[in-house]
Design a binder for this molecule. Structure first.
Ligand code: COA
Ligand code: AMP
Length: 637
């Protein structure tokens, strides 16, 4: 590296003043088939592209390269499943063989470079094999979180148009076996697009019924397959699509390319997570979320680390000591999860008494992301583990931290409530309504001056117009993150929450706009609002307010029950939609805009000034009375 003395300041400055040189140097860490010479370009659609003439294979760089270069016997993946009692380790050599055979099976089903494959599976090693097998063939995977209901899966199948869908007979939620195949069958009956085949992994807890011709048995197909080699792809070819909630019912298909992704993953492991080849990373997040994609699978493997995956919860499988046991059993260097997991542990074991049964001496850092880390959880965690707790802020769209404590360069003072400083490559600015940069400590829209660094979404899957309208058009020349926040006098970034209809429930990103579309589809509902209110376990949870059509005889209790069931069926239990209040009217501005933010502030007990454009302030008193009566919201609990 040409970077002079390695400090955060000169690394960040260098990355912004000469992004081509900076990211050309970072690319040296990747085993390319053809090393890129064109580092940063703009394509014919005006999109930023990194490493345009580079050629690589992400599976090769993440698996075969390490197996061929001295790590064949090092553990690549460790699977710990308290819900089934299974513990299994796969070395880089074994992982290569598993992935090559699965890739061969996919190829025999017709999957080739550029085809899409949907993966709807639980937290088992085969899910990681499936992702890597797609990468090996140059196929584009789209993992759909197993907690999503058939309707959500169907939307994603229709958008991604997969040639094959991979699934398992069931998932296990603590002690409940959840058969996945009926969910997949229902999704396929809802979807317009039909894959040529499904590949089903039969788990011993539940056997799926297979439809002859369409559904193939995983074990059988893999055992008959010829191992497939790694197919070279262009750096700009898509590696995966990951759907995430936007402000409408249709999720956004975030595209990740191969080259920029590989470089950014490794850079983040060096500069942020401070992990060397051979180190052990335990990321507790489902594969179906961005954290699971980046830090359970791709980043640790691209870096030659060992990744530990957990099929189970931080609590109740069997107790609140699971994370501490895993750290001790596998000599974990870095633990990464969402703050909500620690709130759950703390609720069950406030004194962290279980922690003392385990040796946590290998642990160097705990990283948290996915939602705001409240100072109380951060302090508890620091005291419990005795290591720095590092908040990092990012999004599915970026795939790696936008703001983090640059631990791999030098650990900076931790300020509770802040994820510290912008990472190299990110030119973070806070803008006001008019797109003007605001001064320190002033809250505004958190934006990123273009170009975005490698690894960030180049566009949305087959929807560049939506990419522009969602992120690029509000402030030309900037990417709009959707979060509000401010920067303090020391440059620390404080993220204060979304400025749109996206909410975060237990680290799961959901759209209240989508929930409103569903609630509004109920025949008795005239109008509605769904608002994310504060929740001391999950960070936020959605709550519905409905106005019934005139002349309805249905009771508010019955409407509430039906709406809860509707959201559970259409989105899934993870939406945690548990309350829908019938009210006479919704508070609005004089132009008819529902004052969702004011309702949220009222429920959360946050101080607020009455919007000057409010139509009828008395309506807020009615909402307040409804919340009070049901003890809903931190203000009325
Ligand atoms: N398949 C099927 N159902 C699922 C599921 C899955 N993969 N994941 C969750 N669900 C269900 C749960 O069983 C629960 O159902 P219920 O209402 O019938 O009880 C519901 O969805 C809500 O799940 P969740 O919000 O996860 O609540 P929980 O009480 O089961 O667990 C936490 C709460 C905090 C322990 C858990 O969410 C957690 O560990 N989160 C942190 C890690 C994480 O995943 N972060 C996201 C990205 S960083
Ligand atoms: P997702 O795309 O699911 O990772 O969710 C991204 C959103 O989660 C961000 O836009 C933020 O609103 C929120 N988020 C993620 N990490 C943090 C963090 N460290 N602090 C505050 N909010 C966060």
């Amino acid at each position: 590296m040409n970077t002079p003395t390695r400090t955060y300041a000169n690394e960040h400055t260098y990355s912004l003043s000469d992004p081509t040189a900076f990211w050309a140097e970072q690319a040296d860490r990747i085993p390319w088939y053809e090393t890129p010479t064109q580092i940063l370009t703009t394509d014919e659609e005006g999109l930023t592209r990194w490493y345009t003439d580079g050629v690589l294979n992400t599976c090769y760089a993440a698996v075969d390269y390490h197996a061929d270069n001295g790590r064949a016997d090092q553990n690549a993946l460790i699977y710990d499943s308290p819900v089934t009692g299974i513990k299994q380790a796969f070395t880089y050599g074994q992982l290569r063989d598993e992935v090559a055979r699965l890739a061969g099976a996919l190829r025999s089903m017709g999957v080739e470079k550029g085809d899409t494959v949907v993966i709807y599976m639980p937290m088992i090693p085969e899910t990681a094999f499936a992702m890597l097998a797609c990468a090996r063939l140059g196929a584009v995977h789209s993992v759909v979180f197993g907690g999503f209901a058939p309707h959500e899966l169907a939307i994603r199948i229709d958008d991604a148009q997969p040639k094959v869908v991979l699934s398992a007979s069931c998932g296990i939620e603590i002690d409940r076996v959840i058969p996945y195949k009926p969910l997949l069958d229902e999704a396929l009956s809802l979807a317009t697009h039909q894959p040529a085949h499904t590949l089903i992994l039969q788990r011993p807890q539940c056997t799926a019924t297979l439809q002859a011709g369409r559904d193939l048995d995983w074990q059988e197909s893999v055992s008959q397959a010829e191992p497939a080699g790694c197919v070279p792809v262009k750096a700009t070819d898509p590696l995966y699509i990951l759907y995430t909630s936007g402000t409408t019912g249709k999720p956004k298909g975030i595209v990740r390319d191969n080259g920029g992704h590989a470089v950014s993953m490794v850079y983040s492991m060096v500069a942020v997570y401070d992990l060397k080849p051979g180190d052990v990373m335990f990321t507790a997040s489902d594969f179906g979320w961005a954290v699971g994609h980046s830090y359970s699978v791709y980043a640790p493997l691209l870096r030659g680390c060992t990744s530990v995956i957990l099929e189970g919860k931080p609590v109740r499988t069997p107790d609140a000591g699971t994370f501490w046991r895993i750290i001790s059993d596998y000599k974990v260097d870095v633990l990464f999860t969402a703050p909500t997991a620690f709130r759950a542990i703390r609720k069950e074991d406030p004194e962290a008494s279980l922690r003392h049964q385990y040796d946590l001496s290998t642990l160097r850092y705990v990283f948290v992301a996915g939602e705001r880390c409240d100072p109380s959880t951060l302090n508890w965690l620091e005291q419990t583990t005795g290591v720095p707790v590092i908040d990092n802020w990012w999004q599915t769209e970026t795939g790696w931290p936008i703001v983090a404590n640059p631990v791999g360069i030098k650990l900076q003072e931790v300020k509770a409530g802040s994820a510290t400083w912008p990472t190299a490559g990110y030119d973070l600015q806070i803008l006001d309504e008019h797109g003007q940069q605001v001064g320190p400590t002033t809250t505004g829209y958190v934006c990123l001056k273009l170009p975005l660094p490698p690894g960030c979404l180049p566009t949305l899957w087959r929807d560049t117009p939506r990419f522009h309208s969602s992120y690029m058009s509000r402030f030309p020349g900037y990417y709009l993150s959707g979060d509000g926040g401010y920067v303090d006098d020391d440059g620390y970034v404080f993220i204060m929450g979304r400025v749109d209809d996206v909410i975060n429930v237990a680290g799961h990103r959901l759209s209240t706009g989508e929930m409103e579309e569903l609630v509004g589809s109920h025949t008795a509902v005239a109008e509605c609002a769904v608002v994310g209110i504060a929740c001391d376990l999950r960070g936020q949870r959605p709550i519905g307010f409905v106005v019934l059509k005139d002349g309805q005889t249905i009771t508010p209790d019955q409407v509430e029950k039906e709406l809860i069931a509707l959201i559970r069926k259409q989105i899934g239990a993870i939406a945690c939609f548990q309350q829908a209040l019938t009210v006479k009217r919704l508070p609005k501005t004089r132009s008819g805009k529902i004052l969702r933010k004011t309702i949220r502030q009222l429920a959360d007990g946050e101080a607020f000034t009455l919007p000057p454009t409010i139509d009828d302030p008395a309506i807020l008193d009615e909402i307040k009375a409804s919340l009070q009566e049901r003890h809903i919201g931190l203000a009325f609990a």
